[in-house]
Ligand binder design. Sequence first.
Ligand code: SF4
Ligand code: SF4
Length: 322
Amino acid sequence: MNRTIKGIKQNGEEVWFSPQELRASELNAWQGWTCSVGQKNIAIDENGNMQGGDCGIGGNLGNIYGEFRIPDKDEWHVCPLKHCSCFFDIGVHKFSKDENTKFYSFEDPNLPLKFEWFLSSKCNYECWYCPKDYHSKLPHKNSTDNVMKGLDNLFNKLRGKTFTMGFWGGEPTLFPGYIEICKKINNYNSRVFTTTNGSRSVAFYTKLINYSCISLSVHQQFFNEKRMINNIKAILEEKRKIKTKNWLMIKLMVAPGSLSYWKIFLKKLETEVPKLTEEAKVTLNSLVGLSDNLSEWTDNIMEGYTSKELEILTKYGRLTEK
Ligand code: SF4
Ligand code: SF4
């Protein structure tokens, strides 16, 4: 299990966790803790607005198409939220001075400077657990040219400092010129992570793995099993051929009551894709709940999981070592 986050207990003992473990075991309750949010995790919205953390507690940082700033290591915030739900936020350094907490610090010590850009809400799926503001059939709100200019602004600001850029949406790969955008970031010597629903073609993903790590989210309601398996095979074949460090992650989105479905799919995947568990990361993902008007995720895990499901999601949230 890939445990990247170090928790330190009051007695100094260190315990390592995966983000999924922290979330499923509800150890991610850091209300009142002092947090470095924004120093390493900056979210960018569809209009280019930048904020500290997916949670936004790091405040408004400006706009990538105009003026913006990157917080320095002296900027800290007190967490007002009950839970830290987003994987983007979970690993940033946070600590508590309360001696009654079991742990007083959590941090992924190897976290790079990371941006998460919500490129467009346009998506070809309509998953029921996806907030309505996060997917649409509307045209993209931005153009390839603008995104390229925004990236130039970022490079000028960072003056050679490297970073990782996560693109998500919506379905970010539907954005025009997507692979060119990834290439531009690679040319600045930085990495790209793409979160995709796996619905594009074999040819597209074979090209994409040259320029971006790929996180395939598998959504039970919409995905095409055959296409998904072919895509996974093709990405791994290309990875082997070009010997890239870009990784493939496969995230099975486990809604309450669906664990047995995913176990069957996983067996099939293991049978049909040679070396799957050696060459890709496979995870079972628990979902967070939705607000009453379905516009936002709540800060708590989705209701309805059986205790057995939660136990397995906590224990086997990440199924492979890499
Ligand atoms: S939600 Fe997470 S990242 Fe945001 S302030 Fe709280 S602990 Fe920090
Ligand atoms: S594929 Fe992703 S963005 Fe699209 S509806 Fe599903 S969860 Fe939302």
